[in-house]
Design a protein around this ligand. Sequence first.
Ligand SMILES: C[S@@+](CC[C@H](N)C(=O)[O-])C[C@H]1O[C@@H](n2cnc3c(N)ncnc32)[C@H](O)[C@@H]1O
Length: 188
Amino acid sequence: MDTLIYIMNFIRDRNVASITPTSSVGVKKVCNKIDFSQNSLIVEYGPGTGVFSKYLLRQMGEDSRLILIERNRNFNSLLKRNISDPRVVLVHDSCENVLDTLRACKESEADYIISGIPFSFLDHDLKHKILYNTHRALKKGGKFLVYQTCFQTNNHLKVHLQQYFPIVHSKYELANIPPLRTYEAVKV
Ligand SMILES: C[S@@+](CC[C@H](N)C(=O)[O-])C[C@H]1O[C@@H](n2cnc3c(N)ncnc32)[C@H](O)[C@@H]1O
């Protein structure tokens, strides 16, 4: 069902950039960089149908908070219908405005920001605006966790991430179909 929703939205909105949600293996590979034993503020860019969001909510403590920023109207409506949890704030916007979102949520800094948006489709200025604001939105020691399908990217994002984050680990995850390139960028 989710795949059908993806295909319909992919046809109309190139920023969806995928015809299927990330698999549960892919979700776990990205989220294993999160310390769920601590309460934290997690921001997710581009939750789509919510595969990451639902996993995060199962793992997060009661006093943690999850802010979802989704620019696609259809996905936003679907998330509104399907996710009802007092720890969640759903925002219909584009993620370059993350600092405004944090302010509106009366938060200053996030512990983790997770992103599946298609960076390789973005022009240089927008890509760097998102990276700059993401870096500002994280607390020291906070992590920017990015995943891209192999159709969207080679390892090109690493050099851009390194302009903001001195520590960037990147991995190729074959277990997801299609394979994922994952990045863990740490703010120091
Ligand atoms: C490849 S899909 C990933 C969806 C989902 N997280 C998953 O793993 O299955 C990319 C998602 O990012 C959203 N998106 C793209 N650009 C965005 C932006 N600038 N701000 C917020 N969401 C964006 C798309 O609408 C889509 O939901």
